[in-house]
Design a protein around this ligand. Sequence first.
Ligand code: SR1
Ligand code: MG
Length: 393
Amino acid sequence: MGYRILDAGDVPGYLGERGHWDDLDDIHVREVSDGNLNHVFLASDSAGTRSLAVKQALPWVRVAGPSWPLSPDRSDAEARAYAQIAKVAPDKIPAIHGYDAENHVLVMEDLSDLAVLRTHLNEGGSYGPSTSVRIGELVAQLSFATSDFGMPSAERKALIAASVNPELCKITEDVVLSEPYVEHEHNHWHPGLDDLAAAFRADTRLRTEVADLRHVFMTSGQALLHGDLHTGSVMAGRRDGAELVRVFDPEFSFVGPIGFDLGLYWANVLVSEARADALGTEGDHAEQLRLSWEGFEAEFRRLWPSRIDTFFDDAYLERFLGRVWTESVGFAGTELIRRVIGFAHLTDLTTLPDPLQLTASRRSLLLGRELVLHRAELTDPQSVRHRLGDLTG
Ligand code: SR1
Ligand code: MG
């Protein structure tokens, strides 16, 4: 069924009709669409005292246009994910003021006083002292609450059924977890990477390991995920002197392997490290992997005694965390690889001038392969750091 696709001129009327805005003589709207899929508008009054963000899912991939159709029902997955996160980590997402399922529109808190983490890092900014810890905590809070440790069995089965997100999962299965390893029209890369792109396609060992991770992604229903937790899905900054971290855009959410969320974040901080290293910028981006893992692990361990099924004993927790760690390392590797030779490259790299772009891209690609192939041997953040150091030379 058709629905109303909004442009900036439609937003005041829309917000008025839906009861989100009273004085339609004092509203200014600008489009700030930035991600790959949707339209986003910011509405504010002239005094700057009131503002809202309006996000609408289009029936296609925004950056590709109608030639790549995509069901706008992904907004349901996003609204559902926000509702789940709001139960356990309301301080880590934007406030949601309304969801209009018919028109696939979310009306949310305007976070534009904060910065998109990727943009901030690209501009030479550093992480806040607790940015990555908060991200790790969020993953622990959401995943514990929606796992068999935190949710009664029947309720969880209902969550799994309600949260299936086949079209967006298929995008990930394709663009992250298979296309970079075969010939595909979505793939592209810096010409200086021709040798590595060809080598990756010919590497049967790499392909089998990626197949293993892909199958984990397809079959492991550990907990509700954000599903696309890269540094462009994080806003950070300060309000009233306090550090704030907000995660947004959970439209890829589904019940899957927890390591996918951690791994995506890690890959993106490692790319920001590659950029900083190429530019010779100060900062400890690589340390963010350790901080987010420690935030995750500490919060998961804190929640563990409250688990509802005590057949899962303390020894099982150790095994479980070990598995999440190893899968996170592997997924980080796949995300590094696809962001360099697959679809949806990162501005962290694409805005670098040559030869820095080539150096940083090459390093990210090689690190991605290391993480996929050697994830079982890389047993802690320090070992990942050492592997990174080996590649830096
Ligand atoms: C067609 S969507 C491409 C990418 O954009 C999203 O942000 C996800 O990362 C997806 O893989
Ligand atoms: Mg997104």
